[in-house]
Design a protein around this ligand. Sequence first.
Ligand code: ADP
Length: 244
Amino acid sequence: VGMGSEYLEVRNLTVDFDGFKAVSGVDLTLVQGDLRFLIGPNGAGKTTLVDAITGLVPATGSVDKSGVELVGKPAHKIAKLGVGRTFQTASVFEELSVLQNLDIAAGAHRSAWSLLRTRRFVESKIEEALEVTGLAALRDQPAGVLAHGQKQWLEIGMLLVQDATVLLLDEPVAGMSHEEREETGQLLRRIGGERTVVVVEHDMDFMRQFATSVTVLHGGKILSEGTVAQVQADPRVQAVYLGT
Ligand code: ADP
């Protein structure tokens, strides 16, 4: 694998909750530039798969991030290795400003990097995150006054200042207006090129517009994978979604 080609290779990933396999033998290959949508009915195992990749639930199998094994590592180590996630409910510090939120996120790494990363370097990362998320004009506003969509963008910005190269986003456009969805899609495209973005999503219109590829989960297993058109044309996918 050459320079500039980061990847995430999931092999035979399994999460067993007392004999119930919420994720069962999942294989998934993601490369830099992927804007991969992860869809499937409720209970398909989407959140559990993201939890397993990010170390929030114990799993067996392998998650190879550009040569580094993630399975068995604690969540904070996985985050430091550049795999970041958001949750359905944005977890920002409401009392603190947008800038302070980004600063804290960047600081989460500072101990390890303090000798290598100067304050100026951290500041330039924060400026970049403010620009790319469109939050620059709101930098001094408390996060608590942000609109729902803006909080999600701030959370994405917090992953960017932590140098996340793989971003797993759990229903990022849930509850957003049409305009906010559009802006979120553009944001994902802006950050996506050099990174890998996985989006767990129920919004099929949003998926059609922005996905570069789609993985369909069902019963903890991969049911189908491909382009939006391929997945939509797959009779197995139609059967699951139409209940036939
Ligand atoms: P999705 O995100 O696709 O809706 P989930 O990953 O949340 O699906 O859940 C997949 C399955 O695993 C569901 O049947 C759910 O009830 C079960 N599950 C999720 N978390 C746990 C847990 N901590 N213990 C036992 N079962 C769980």
